[in-house]
Ligand binder design. Structure first.
Ligand code: GUN
Length: 291
């Protein structure tokens, strides 16, 4: 069993990006600038956004964190987005999800300038991705493709089972892995909460992407020997033995599944760091107008 080391791979990617930033600087070109909007004080979202800002420092990007109260009105939030759209120094930005219930997420995402939408969530960019046109790929699916590529894991002709149909992970990775691309050409089955006899699907899978947000859902008896496991889940589970009062659990029961897997991502240190690295990569693409 081989651990797919997302932390190390993400560091390699960040070092590659840092070298590119040095080249941009030496040519007197613009330093990439990523902004993030965070609404409210959700603990997990705060951690993610702070990690994204820290990663910008590491690669030499400029970053701006716009931290707004969870009482902000939709109009005020849309105004903040308009400001970022009009700010020529900002190359790309994200609106951290989830948003408070009184805000219409669709209205917010559609307000983002697609050319600055480094999360790849705008309908224009989702459409381009689906049609295999150049665009920003959403960071988590992009990170999964990159991890599979760098570990030379064959996807062509493989049976892939994706667990979860979220707009951020499940839906886009199921589309991407079925496309005619280097890491693609797979036969993809998208399973979700209404899937009947789930185990019949997972048992036949060569590769499983687990993205349902339900801790330790996938267990050893649900998978076949040699399966490749990509665990996207990261849930805080109460644990009184830990100083901070919780531990981080993936969607995969690591102990039982790792005994049968050929490759597996750990949680933490698997998909999470890759997401951040690919967000930086998208920001670099935005600066270079590659998209
Ligand atoms: N919430 C969970 N994952 C993500 C992500 O990739 N981007 C944003 N903006 N919010 C998220």
């Amino acid at each position: 069993m081989i651990i797919l080391d997302g932390k190390k791979t993400a560091n390699d990617i960040k070092n590659e990006i840092a070298r590119e930033v040095e080249i941009l600087k030496s040519k007197g070109l613009k330093v990439p600038h990523l902004a993030a909007i965070l609404v409210g004080n959700d603990g997990a979202s705060l951690t993610y956004v702070n990690s994204k800002v820290k990663a910008c420092d590491k690669v030499g990007f400029n970053s701006t964190l716009i931290h707004l109260k969870d009482t902000i009105s939709q109009e005020q939030l849309l105004q903040e987005i308009e400001n970022l759209n009009n700010n020529n120094d900002i190359d790309g930005y994200i609106v951290q999800l989830p948003l408070p219930k009184h805000i219409d997420e669709q209205k917010v995402l559609i307000a983002v300038n697609p050319n600055k939408d480094v999360d790849g969530f705008h309908p224009t960019n989702v459409g381009k991705m689906t049609l295999e046109l150049p665009t920003f790929l959403p960071a988590t699916p992009f990170g999964i493709l990159e991890l599979l590529e760098r570990y030379k894991i064959e996807t062509q002709g493989k049976n892939v089972v994706v667990l979860g149909r979220s707009h951020i992970v499940g839906r886009p990775i199921s589309i991407l892995l079925s496309q005619k691309r280097k890491v693609g050409n797979a036969t993809v089955t998208l399973c979700h909460s209404r899937t009947k006899n789930l185990r019949d699907f997972t048992k036949k899978a060569d590769i499983i992407v687990a993205a349902i947000g339900f801790p330790e859902f996938l267990t050893g008896e649900m998978v076949k020997d040699g399966v490749v496991i990509i665990d996207v889940g990261i849930t805080r589970v109460k644990d009184v033995t830990k100083k901070r009062g919780y531990r981080l659990a993936g969607d995969v029961h690591f102990d039982s599944v790792s005994k049968k897997a050929s490759y597996i991502t750990p949680v933490p240190g698997g998909v999470g760091p890759m997401t951040i690295a690919m967000l930086l990569k998208n920001t670099l693409l935005a600066v270079k107008n590659f998209i």
